[in-house]
Design a protein around this ligand. Structure first.
Ligand SMILES: Nc1ncnc2c1ncn2[C@@H]1O[C@H](COP(=O)(O)OP(=O)(O)O)[C@@H](O)[C@H]1O
Ligand SMILES: [Mg+2]
Length: 512
């Protein structure tokens, strides 16, 4: 088998025999932010190059970037996915897995990940066992799926114990080695160990360091730096994982257009569903209740008593929940995932205050380059500043300011004035104030049942630039499109008519 180029060490290039990994048992350990997922991404790139089949359990939705260069099948809930969990025959997929391109099993937005994963693992285990073909399973957050205490997927232990002989390898990632089932962890004969700080976790990995105990730097390793041990290196070897070739962190703008589509016929794995299921919010008011409410509530009587309801149509409107990773912590950097919902058609920020409220829109900013937005941030909307006094970082040279101002002026986002020789500028648009939500929405799979479904128009590539510039230090790492119920009601009197829109959850009228 070929060797995988993972990065470098003092000794030069750091490569590993594909065999060792593919049918072996490997753990990737390190605190959050130590670069585990990044390293796993590098493994995946190398495996793709070597045409070695694998399935990656993606719990954060951060691996779809692989599609920029490689043929992989992305299974998840996202609009851009190749296959949706809901319409998938998991067993059939697992049966074919060794013969097809690698799989990203994205369960980041899946309601019952354990069930899906359990099904997949059991089937692939039996498949590989009977056919004796090499296959690698990669599991992120092993402490969740195979904890020392609590509910676990038994099949993981089975694979760790007996997979190797059958050709089925496993790679487990965890930030909390002390919480992973000890039997499983001790089965891992290949180790990549990065920064750890918690005492129990340090203790849990001592078993891997022969002789003198833990290296001192283990608590202060930088992201991407690991010790390679066991089957990966005969002596503990400090290594630096190489840069990714594809985007790390999931969202890849307009992936659908750039992605290499898997050549196989995906429809093979689709089960036919009599009715389409979509990720969304179920309505609480049905047609009848909405009509009754409209009739009762005098506010809606626009044409007087005799206005009649001519038509009530349920429409599912696309909203996009963004997952944004922000840095927090002053001394020790931590990453927190927060959320923001935007309108999938206009880019307006959406808040849920009993009913849906559409707030400021990101739309005007969506076409702008990051430096244009930076510049807008530096300007005031109620005060003119002299162009020469605009305070920008040294990386933002004067000619870029000038160029950027010209393009912003053309778009009408700034107003320039001249006072003698002094040029002044004022911002004419408001920049949205973004307040992120601490928690994501609880979405369900709902039945479309013949209702209409709106189309997403917002380009996520633009949203990524805008968000990351408006919120410095943040990273847009994922997005989920889902559908929100509204009723469009046609009210008429004679030849006159008008439309009102009612929130299908609260029954309240909304502006649109
Ligand atoms: N080998 C690397 N080279 C460059 N940057 C890296 C490397 N490893 C990690 N990083 C940076 O650190 C961040 C966190 O890494 P990640 O792999 O997501 O951490 P975790 O260990 O929590 O999975 C990445 O978004 C990336 O910016
Ligand atoms: Mg990670």
């Amino acid at each position: 088998m070929p060797s995988l180029n993972l990065g470098s060490s003092d000794k030069g290039v750091f490569t590993v025999d594909a065999d060792v990994v593919v049918t072996g048992r490997t753990c990737v350990i390190g605190t959050s932010g130590s670069g585990k997922s990044y390293a796993v991404g590098v493994f995946c790139e190398e495996l793709c190059k070597a045409q070695i089949p694998f399935a990656l359990l993606d719990v954060e939705g951060e691996y779809s970037g692989l599609k920029e260069r490689y043929e992989v099948i992305w299974i998840g809930e996202d609009v851009d996915c190749d296959l949706k969990w809901a319409e998938l025959n998991v067993k059939e997929l697992a049966r074919s897995a060794p013969d097809i391109t690698p799989l990203i099993l994205d369960v980041s937005e899946t309601i019952d990940p354990e069930v899906k994963v359990d099904q997949f693992l059991k089937q692939i285990y039996s498949e590989v066992s009977s056919r004796r073909v090499p296959y690698l399973i990669i599991i992120e957050e092993a402490d969740k799926f195979a904890p020392q205490v609590g509910k676990r997927l038994q099949i993981i232990e089975e694979i760790a114990r007996r997979g190797r002989k059958r050709g089925l390898g496993i790679m487990l990632c965890t930030q909390r080695p002390s919480l992973v089932d000890k039997n499983i962890l001790s089965q891992c004969s290949n180790q990549l160990i990065g920064k750890l700080v918690i005492k129990n976790d340090l203790e849990a990995v001592t078993q891997f360091f022969p002789g003198k105990g833990l290296p001192k730097h283990l608590t202060s390793l930088s992201p991407g730096s690991f010790y390679a041990l066991g089957g990966l290196s005969p002596v503990p070897l400090p290594v630096k994982i190489r840069p990714r070739e594809t985007t790390h962190g999931g969202i890849t703008p307009l992936l659908a257009n750039r992605a290499v589509k898997p050549s196989l016929e995906l429809s093979r794995f689709r089960t036919l569903k009599p009715k389409e299921l979509i990720l969304g919010v179920p309505y609480r008011f049905d047609h009848k209740e909405v009509s009754a409410r409209i009739k009762k509530d005098r506010r809606y009587l626009f044409f007087g008593e005799e206005e009649v309801i001519e038509n009530v149509q349920l429409v599912y409107h696309p909203l996009i929940e963004l997952r944004i990773r922000v840095q927090s912590g002053f001394l020790r950097k931590r990453f927190l995932d927060k959320f923001l919902t935007i309108d999938g058609r206009t880019g307006a920020i959406v808040k849920f205050e009993n009913r849906v409220v559409f707030k400021e829109t990101l739309t005007p900013l969506l076409g702008l380059e990051a430096h244009d937005i930076e510049l807008l941030k530096a300007l005031d909307s109620d005060k003119e500043v002299a162009v020469k006094d605009i305070n920008m970082a040294p990386s933002f040279p004067e000619d870029l300011i000038k160029r950027s101002l010209r393009s912003l002026e053309k778009k009408g986002f700034v107003k320039m004035s001249k006072y003698g020789k002094v040029k002044k500028v004022r911002r004419t648009i408001d920049l949205p104030k973004i307040q992120l939500n601490e928690e994501g929405l609880r979405l369900e799979r709902i039945n479309l049942d013949g209702a209409r479904k709106g189309k997403v128009k917002v380009k996520l590539s633009g949203v990524k630039d805008v968000m990351e510039t408006l919120l410095p230090g943040s990273e847009l790492i994922g997005s989920t499109c889902f559908y929100y119920p509204f009723y469009i009601i046609k009210l008429g009197l004679g030849k006159k008519y008008r439309f009102v829109k009612v929130d299908g959850l609260s029954g309240e009228m909304v502006d649109f």
